[in-house]
Design a protein. Structure first.
Length: 202
């Protein structure tokens, strides 16, 4: 089976999608397991984020005069092969690595000699913006800009990089996304009401 990189707009269901792959036997690594125990274990799904990957992607933003919550238009730095080797040292294939920051840094990771497919989440902008506003500590007016910046960059990348899109929370596209790795999709209990952050009210 092929490895997986999961990305998407922050608060768009990337943690849920990573959980689906973990439940199908994909390894997020020891660091991601340990970090997941620290973050809101009782109110949110595990985040499955490797802190080393987050730090590298965030440093790429900083070097390009940006920030994860207001990314730059372009990211120029590329992870070193030795760093990537260290990142993968705590993971067994097939692995899954998740970070919304890949919406910007993915082209740099594509230059490395890694075998992976890209799976990205789609979620209604109203839900993303509301969830961002409730979970972040910056002005409400910035949330739509964050959604737009991530989404427009990811859509642009999908024109040149194959992306398997998964709609959250409806799960449209999940079977083909899992299937793109060579794995057979099996319905799991990873989809739960607790994963549905701030859906629009009827």
């Amino acid at each position: 089976m092929r490895n997986v990189i999961v990305t998407g707009v922050p608060r768009s269901g990337t943690s849920w999608l990573a959980s689906v792959f973990v439940n199908h036997g994909f390894d997020p690594g020891r660091r991601a397991f340990e970090e997941s125990k620290k973050y809101h274990a009782k109110v949110e799904p595990p985040r499955w984020e490797d802190p080393w990957v987050l730090k590298e992607n965030n440093q790429s933003f900083s070097l390009s005069e940006g920030h994860p919550m207001m990314p730059p238009d372009h990211v120029w730095s590329t992870p070193s092969p030795s760093f990537v080797e260290e990142v993968l040292s705590d993971k067994k294939e097939p692995w899954v690595i998740k970070d919304p920051g890949f919406c910007f840094t993915l082209p740099m990771w594509m230059e490395l000699d890694l075998d992976f497919v890209v799976c990205a989440t789609l979620r209604h902008p109203w839900s993303c913006v509301k969830s961002l506003n409730e979970s972040a500590s910056f002005p409400e007016s910035r949330c739509p800009k964050i959604w737009w910046r991530y989404m427009i960059n990811l859509v642009g990348l999908s024109c040149s990089i194959p992306v398997n899109w998964v709609s959250f929370p409806e799960q449209n596209g999940i079977k083909s996304a899992v299937g793109s790795t060579g794995c057979t999709y099996k319905k799991t209990d990873s989809f739960h009401d607790i994963f549905i952050h701030n859906q629009p009210e009827d």
